[in-house]
Write a new protein. Structure first.
Length: 330
């Protein structure tokens, strides 16, 4: 059976964001061209939902569908809506969220992180929301570690995304997490979007950035992508960019929201995942080709970023594995 996704629409919902789960997950198919997800939309009481535009949406399902969902997504509300604070959920909404199965994955898009935080689901965890709302989010919910620089945060069961198109990034991440990079890439192609966007919200935050003129780390990033299997030190990157290490690091953060070291590790993890999914290379060969060198280093970074060992990841996601799509933890 397809993975069942229930999208909850609340008053003030943004139509673009509301359609993201169905648009992205609805384009994910298995090798037999069968849908991997079933997406249904619901509202409290099955009532029509007022959008932040000049129209209202008629909803067929009520909140009871949340109880049978494998994943629950709460769609973005307009930032001018009455976003809740701690303990500020209405009785009806609180009851609806309490009915979600404890095994179900829960996802917020943009400002709906306020709803999850008000429910207590984010206490003691990291989360994100639209960069313009992060200060207010942190003020209202001091028990949540808010990260204004990333496109999304994956805590395992509970995931949060930044604003607007970051919901697309998060939904593609769900496909990638559930079924591997090849399935996510194919889904992205069908949706005509990038399968992975570099960096995070830092590149969109409305703040004055230093004037770099024509200088950019873009050419150096492309250069590094062609040499992931080679040693790549900060000094190597700075030398290619004709910058000091300090300047390179600052401009990297301005442009992609990550340090050079973080960016290189992420790209190497992506490369290792691709090799584990699509080749029969040994774990040692994958480690060398991806630039980690030592299989133990590959294991550590893959567990940190994906939650699986290399062997478990290959068993779960390799195109030739009988267990494709079934994550196996060691």
């Amino acid at each position: 059976m397809p993975h069942r996704v229930a999208v909850l629409a609340l008053d003030g919902v943004k139509p673009f964001d509301l359609g993201i789960p169905a648009q992205v997950l609805g384009h994910a198919f298995d090798a037999a061209d069968k849908p991997l997800y079933e997406v249904v939309t619901c509202s409290l009481g099955g009532r029509p939902v007022r959008t932040n535009q000049d129209f209202t949406i008629d909803i067929r399902n009520d909140e009871s569908v949340l109880r049978t969902a494998d994943t629950v997504v709460i769609a973005t509300q307009d930032r001018d809506a009455d976003l809740p604070g701690p303990g500020g959920l209405g009785e009806e909404l609180a009851a609806a969220l309490a009915g979600i199965a404890p095994t179900a994955r829960v996802v917020s898009l943009c400002t709906s992180a306020f709803v999850l935080a008000a429910s207590g689901m984010l206490d003691g965890q990291s989360a994100t929301t639209h960069w313009a709302m992060c200060d207010e989010f942190a003020r209202r919910f001091p028990l949540v570690d808010v990260n204004p620089n990333v496109l999304f945060v994956d805590n395992g069961r509970v995931l949060t995304s930044a604003g607007a198109a970051a919901g697309i990034d998060l939904c593609l991440h769900l496909v990638r997490r559930d079924h591997g990079a090849a399935a996510a890439n194919a889904t992205a192609r069908r949706c005509v979007v990038a399968p992975w966007r570099e960096g995070g919200q830092a590149q969109f935050i409305d703040r004055p950035l230093p004037d770099h003129g024509d200088a950019s780390t873009s050419a150096t990033r492309q250069w590094a992508l062609q040499r992931l299997s080679e040693p790549l030190t900060l000094a190597d990157l700075a030398r290619h960019a004709s910058m000091s290490v300090r300047t390179l690091t600052r401009r990297f953060r301005d442009e992609v929201g990550q340090s050079p070291q973080q960016w290189v590790v992420q790209r190497r993890v992506d490369r290792a995942r691709q090799l584990l999914e699509s080749t029969g290379l040994s774990i040692g060969e994958v480690a060398r080709e991806a630039g980690f060198g030592d299989p133990l280093l590959l294991r550590r970074h893959l567990r940190t970023h994906v939650g699986l060992t290399p062997n478990a990841y290959r068993q779960a996601y390799s195109a030739t594995s009988p267990g494709v799509g079934e994550p196996v933890h060691e």
